[in-house]
Design a protein around this ligand. Structure first.
Ligand SMILES: NC(=O)c1ccc[n+]([C@@H]2O[C@H](COP(=O)([O-])OP(=O)(O)OC[C@H]3O[C@@H](n4cnc5c(N)ncnc54)[C@H](O)[C@@H]3O)[C@@H](O)[C@H]2O)c1
Length: 361
């Protein structure tokens, strides 16, 4: 799987987000091809194959069978959360390269199991942290990495939006699904969801916050609430304040209950000035300047960009923008936030990302 070899890809879970991934794979048709699709729903596997593979993909009802397919070099995991760990472990044991949707997994114990399998097999592993491919955050991370703001003092990451469909189960975006297979069904089931909004959508805001900080989170204080979607068994909103090892303070706001004016996604401030933005727009205002400089970019299909990067990892030996270590750190932060919110206390995050957050003293 190097150089010019065309990668054979197996899609595992052909639901909503797999459609975005399918567009991504087809954007790189010269370097990869989806050859197989596994889903417990044959209509969904068939629909994926028809839409993205001219109906030619080999379809499987179970994941283990796909992993035996010699035409599959890499798997793209788009499953409900509780299935990420067994799928990643089995794919690693089968020697397949792995791209996995967020969250990496739902517990620190699962992360340790996953690490054992990944280390033993040595297969490439990348987290699908697609939002890091938005042009504004890419440029912001470049500026922060170059020290453009000097010492960083403050960071904010926001992942907000009023998701009305959550409280409207009949608003089924996949009309081919049987009622029991509604794509919101597993999200209303704590055993399969593994958490609430903070683990799900908050994952994006968390990896963006950690990428901006460029430093280890050492403690978190969180509040969570079910502000709008009373039928949810979990929170629909969370606010986390994070202290980083480099002294910076960060906030993460994540919610399915409300949007904010302009829905900016991030802010950073340091000794030389501040920046803010999201998606395609970045504003930078250095200390003493009367107005920000503004940069904009055309739309980017982030799922395609992430798949292009994954192919660079496989074919050019590039380091993944987000691998196991980054995923584990996000998970530990979120686990710490849940503990903090439950106990109303600040929680310490150990240096080992697989170690459980604890309350000091
Ligand atoms: N990056 C993003 O912006 C983004 C957006 C939405 C979802 N996601 C993530 O993508 C993943 C999937 O979410 P979704 O919205 O596509 O869910 P979905 O319910 O639409 O799709 C999941 C698919 O997995 C299939 N499936 C379930 N159990 C299976 C099994 N045992 N074997 C094979 N297939 C099985 C289902 O039939 C379904 O087709 C989740 O981890 C979610 O958090 C990411």
């Amino acid at each position: 799987m190097t150089g010019t070899d065309r990668i054979g890809v197996g899609i595992i879970g052909a639901g909503g987000i797999a459609m975005q991934h399918g567009m991504g794979w087809n954007a790189y048709g010269d370097r990869a091809a989806v050859t197989a699709v596994a889903d417990i729903s044959r209509p969904r596997a068939q629909a994926f194959s028809d839409r993205f593979c001219s109906g030619a993909a080999t379809l499987y009802d179970d994941i283990a069978a796909l992993l035996q397919d010699p035409d599959v070099d890499a798997v793209d995991i788009c499953l409900p959360h509780h299935l990420h760990t067994p799928a990643i472990v089995a794919a690693a044991q089968a020697g397949k390269a792995i791209l996995s949707e967020k969250p990496m997994c739902t517990s620190l114990e699962d992360a340790a199991t996953m690490k054992g399998a990944l280390d033993a097999s040595g297969v490439p592993f990348m987290m699908a942290h697609n939002q890091l491919f938005q042009p504004a955050i890419r440029e912001a991370l470049r500026l922060l990495g170059d020290g453009a703001l000097g010492t960083l003092f403050y960071l904010r990451s926001m992942e907000v939006g009023q998701q009305r469909a959550i409280s409207s189960p009949r608003a089924n975006p996949n009309p081919d699904l049987a009622p029991g297979e509604h794509p919101m069904a597993w999200r209303f089931d704590p055993a399969r969801m593994g958490g609430g909004e903070v683990l799900d959508t908050g994952w994006h805001g968390a990896y963006r916050l950690l990428a901006m900080a460029g430093s280890r989170p050492v403690e978190v204080t969180a509040m969570m609430g079910r502000l709008m979607h009373q039928g949810l068994p979990s929170e629909d909103s969370g606010s986390l304040t994070v202290r980083f090892e480099n002294g910076a303070i960060g906030d993460l706001l994540t919610t399915w209950a409300f949007g904010l004016v302009e829905n900016r996604q991030f802010e950073a401030a340091g000794e030389f000035g501040a920046l803010t933005g999201g998606f395609n727009e970045l504003l930078v205002q250095l200390h003493g300047y009367p107005a920000p400089a503004r940069a904009t970019w055309p739309d980017v299909h982030t799922f395609s960009a992430e798949i292009g990067h994954f192919l660079d990892v496989l074919q050019k030996g590039v380091a993944p923008i987000a691998g196991f270590a980054e995923g584990a750190r996000v998970l530990q932060l979120i686990k710490g936030a849940y503990r903090s919110a439950a106990e109303g206390r600040t929680v310490t995050l150990p240096e080992d990302p697989l170690a459980a957050p604890f309350v000091a003293g």
